[in-house]
Design a protein around this ligand. Structure first.
Ligand SMILES: [Zn+2]
Length: 283
C-alpha cells in the first residue's frame, strides 16, 4: 500500500470561525503529527491577523493564498444535469471570474498582506471555487501567478460539468506546455468539502461522508495516487465546534489513512519530489 494525502483548508470566513477552525485544526494536526496547509483570503488576514499569527510558527503548517477578496480566477458554469437546484436557484449556476487586471491586483495585494502582516513569503494558491482543467487554458493567469512567486496551485477542482467530484486521474502536473514548468498544479481530487459531497449526493459507498472518505482512501493507497483533500473555516466558531463537526471526520480519516499505509505530505514536499523525478527522467 502507498499513496499520498495533502490536507489543505480555505480560510476565508473572516469571523470567529477563523479562530475556531485554526485552533481546532492545529490541535488535530499536532495530535496526529501530519502537515496541513491553509489558503488565506487577504481580507481574512486583515480582519483576523492575531488568530492566524498564533499558528504561523507551527512547523507542520504551510501558508498559501486564496486571493484578496475571494475573486474567481475563471468563470464557472455549473450544469450538473441531475434535475436538482444548484446553490438554491435554477438547475444551472453561473459565477463570473475576475478580469485579468483585477486578478493582478488581487494576487499581488494578497502576497503583500501575507508578507507584511504574517512575515511569510507565500508560494501557494487555491483558486476560489476551483475550475475545470485548472489553469491549463489560461497562460495569462499563470503568468500573473509566476510573477508573484506562486509555485504550486490548487485550481483543478471541478469536472467537465463545472461540478464535482474531480476524478483521481487528475493527478498533479506541471504547467510545462503553457511555459511554466516550475508551477505545479496539485488539484483538489474528489469533493471540495463535506457539503459538496452532500449536494452531489454520492452515496455509492454509504450514507455518510466518512463512508466516502474511507472507501476512497483505500483506492488512493491501492493506486499510489495523490489526494489533495480540502475543507473550509465554515461553522467552526470555537475549537470545540471544530472537533464536534469536521474535526471528527478529519480525525477518523487520518487514522484510517494511516491504517491503510497512506502517507501525509506538504505541498512543498510533493513539489520537490516531482521536480527530482522529472530531472531523473530527463537524464
Ligand atoms: Zn474559497
Amino acid at each position: 500500500m502507498s499513496g499520498t494525502v495533502l490536507l489543505g483548508y480555505d480560510v476565508e470566513s473572516a469571523s470567529d470561525s477563523t479562530a475556531g477552525f485554526l485552533d481546532g485544526a492545529a490541535e488535530l494536526h499536532t495530535r496526529f503529527d501530519v502537515p496541513w496547509s491553509i489558503y488565506l483570503v487577504g481580507t481574512t488576514v486583515e480582519a483576523r491577523v492575531d488568530d492566524i499569527l498564533r499558528h504561523v510558527d507551527d512547523p507542520l503548517l504551510t501558508i498559501g493564498q486564496h486571493t484578496y477578496s475571494h475573486m474567481l480566477l475563471k468563470s464557472i458554469y455549473m450544469d450538473p444535469r441531475d434535475g436538482k437546484e444548484v446553490h438554491g436557484g435554477a438547475q444551472t449556476y453561473f459565477m463570473p471570474g475576475g478580469a485579468l487586471g483585477e486578478l493582478e491586483v488581487e494576487i499581488a495585494k494578497t502576497q503583500q498582506v501575507i508578507r507584511d502582516l504574517l512575515g511569510v513569503e507565500c508560494e501557494g494558491l487555491t483558486g476560489p471555487w476551483g475550475y475545470y482543467r485548472g489553469l491549463a487554458d489560461r497562460e495569462d493567469i499563470l503568468r500573473v501567478l509566476h510573477e508573484n512567486g506562486i509555485r504550486w496551485a490548487r485550481t483543478n477542482a471541478r469536472d467537465f460539468r463545472d461540478c464535482q467530484p474531480v476524478p483521481f486521474t487528475q493527478q498533479p502536473y506541471f504547467y510545462e506546455q503553457q511555459g511554466y514548468p516550475d508551477i505545479l498544479e496539485l488539484g483538489i481530487q474528489g469533493y471540495q468539502d463535506d457539503f459538496y459531497w452532500d449536494r452531489f449526493d454520492d452515496r455509492r459507498h454509504g450514507d455518510t461522508y466518512q463512508d466516502y472518505l474511507f472507501a476512497t482512501v483505500e483506492e488512493v493507497a491501492a493506486n499510489d495516487w495523490v489526494w489533495n483533500l480540502c475543507s473550509h473555516d465554515h461553522g467552526t466558531f470555537t475549537a470545540e465546534m471544530f472537533h464536534a463537526t469536521k474535526g471528527k471526520w478529519l480525525g477518523d480519516f487520518i487514522e484510517r489513512a494511516k491504517d491503510v499505509g497512506v502517507r501525509f505530505a506538504s505541498p512543498k514536499q510533493v513539489y520537490d519530489e516531482m521536480v527530482a523525478a522529472r530531472e531523473a527522467a530527463a537524464e
